[in-house]
Design a binder for this molecule. Structure first.
Ligand SMILES: [Zn+2]
Length: 229
C-alpha cells in the first residue's frame, strides 16, 4: 500500500461527460496534448489492471470471468493505483466513470484521501434532434470507406462514390434514428443526477458541443486552463 506522501497535490482532475457522437474522444485527445493530462476510460483502466496482475486487477478478473459486473470498490481501487503513477501527475480526464452519484461520492472520497479533487466536470451538451440528424444520416462507401451524409455530404452523382465510383453504400445498423434517440434518452437519464451533483459542488461547466470542433476546443481549453491554474 502506498501512503500517499509522494502523490502530487496539484493534479487537475477532470470528469468529461457527453453522449456518444458528441466528440468526447477528439476533445479529450486535444486536452491530453495541450495540458499533459491523461485520459482514463473505465474499460482501458480495467484491461490494464487485469494485464498488470495487480491485486485489484486480479479481483476484477475473477469477477469478470464469473460474468459479473466489477464493483465500484474494485474500480476505485484500480483508479487509486493508476493515479499514483507518474504520468498522472498533472491530472487525469475521467471518461465513463463516475456514472452514478454513488460512484461520484466514492471518487471524491478517494481523491480527498490523496489530497486531490475534481477541478471541473465538463458536460458536452448536445441538441438531441440535431444529433439524430447528424448520426442517422451518415453512411460510408463499401469500396473505399469514404464517409457521406444524407444532408451534409451528398455524393455529386447520386448513389456513386466521388472517390472510387463504387455504388455499394453501407450504413451502421445502430445509426438509425430510433436507436440514436434511445441512446440519447438513456444518456440523459443516467447523467442528469451526476450533472446536478457536480453543479451543487460548483465545478460543473457546460460546453455547447454542437459548435464547430475548433470552437468547442477553444471553449474547453479556456475551462481547463482555469482548472489547471
Ligand atoms: Zn468509394
Amino acid at each position: 500500500m502506498m501512503d500517499g506522501s509522494d502523490t502530487p497535490r496539484n493534479a487537475a482532475n477532470l470528469v468529461l461527460l457527453g453522449p456518444p457522437g458528441a466528440g468526447k474522444g477528439t476533445q479529450a485527445r486535444m486536452l491530453e496534448e495541450q495540458f499533459g493530462l491523461v485520459q482514463l476510460s473505465t474499460g482501458d483502466l480495467l484491461r490494464a489492471a487485469v494485464a498488470a496482475g495487480t491485486e485489484a486487477g486480479r479481483a476484477a478478473k475473477a469477477v469478470m470471468e464469473a460474468g459479473d459486473l466489477v464493483s465500484d470498490e474494485i474500480v476505485i481501487a484500480i483508479l487509486r493505483d493508476r493515479l499514483a503513477e507518474p504520468d498522472c501527475a498533472k491530472g487525469v480526464i475521467l471518461d465513463g466513470f463516475p456514472r452514478t452519484t454513488v460512484q461520484a461520492e466514492a471518487l471524491d472520497g478517494l481523491l480527498a484521501e490523496i489530497g486531490q479533487g475534481i477541478r471541473a466536470a465538463i458536460s458536452l451538451e448536445v441538441d438531441d434532434a440535431a444529433m439524430v440528424t447528424r448520426i442517422s444520416g451518415r453512411y460510408t462507401c463499401g469500396g473505399c470507406g469514404e464517409g457521406y451524409h444524407d444532408t451534409f455530404k451528398v455524393p455529386s452523382k447520386p448513389g456513386a462514390c466521388d472517390k472510387c465510383g463504387g455504388t455499394e453504400m453501407k450504413r451502421r445498423a445502430d445509426d438509425n434514428a430510433e436507436t440514436v434517440e434511445q441512446r440519447l434518452r438513456a444518456y440523459h437519464a443516467q447523467t442528469a443526477p451526476l450533472i446536478s451533483y457536480y453543479e451543487s459542488r460548483g465545478v460543473l461547466a457546460r460546453v455547447d458541443a454542437m459548435a464547430e470542433i475548433e470552437a468547442v476546443a477553444r471553449e474547453l481549453n479556456a475551462i481547463v486552463a482555469k482548472a489547471v491554474a
